[in-house]
Design a binder for this molecule. Structure first.
Ligand SMILES: [Fe+2]
Length: 166
């Protein structure tokens, strides 16, 4: 099954995934089939949920990160500010398609604002978001480096690299 299509499977969810995806795509300014498009979101989601189980991360926050972190890009290259814009967008959507506690929303926004800065974070949910995005670097010809990942995520480097090349 197409990775993105699997998201339409109706499993019990704590948020309106279909509504959120529709809204994000309706305002998406770059190619949905490109390096920051839907297949990337789907792989980031899978990585986030897999690594997140090992790190005890918040599954709702990491899944929302997958769909929103690149949603405000204006180009496929160095788009400074796209993470901050994504955080503002998430705050504007809160309670429309998902409901988060203030702490969950803050974590989501910190993860999105800083996701391109190459840092590590002590909060497992925020780090898992960054791990998941970095594990998908193979799609732009870069192999993920353990230095920028949690120990749990580093175990998936080879698997993720192979997957992102497919
Ligand atoms: Fe990304």
């Amino acid at each position: 099954m197409d990775l993105f299509a699997e998201l339409t499977v109706s499993d019990p969810l704590p948020f309106d995934r279909a509504g959120l995806l529709k809204a994000v795509l309706a305002q998406f300014r770059i190619n949905r089939d490109g390096a920051h498009g839907t297949r990337h979101w789907a792989r980031v989601r899978r990585h986030a949920l897999t690594v997140g189980q090992a790190t005890n991360s918040d599954p709702l926050v990491v899944e929302l990160f997958a769909f929103l972190h690149d949603s405000q890009r204006k180009n496929e290259y160095v788009d400074e500010g796209h993470g901050h814009r994504a955080a503002e967008y998430a705050r504007s959507l809160k309670t429309v398609y998902f409901d988060l506690t203030p702490i969950q929303l803050d974590k989501l926004c910190i993860a999105m604002s800083g996701h391109s800065d190459g840092q590590l974070h002590t909060d497992p949910t925020i780090q898992t978001c960054w791990d998941a995005d970095r594990l998908d670097l193979g799609r732009v010809g870069k192999k993920p480096h353990a230095k920028y990942l949690s120990a749990e995520a580093a175990k998936y480097i080879d698997h993720a690299y192979e997957w992102s090349l497919r």
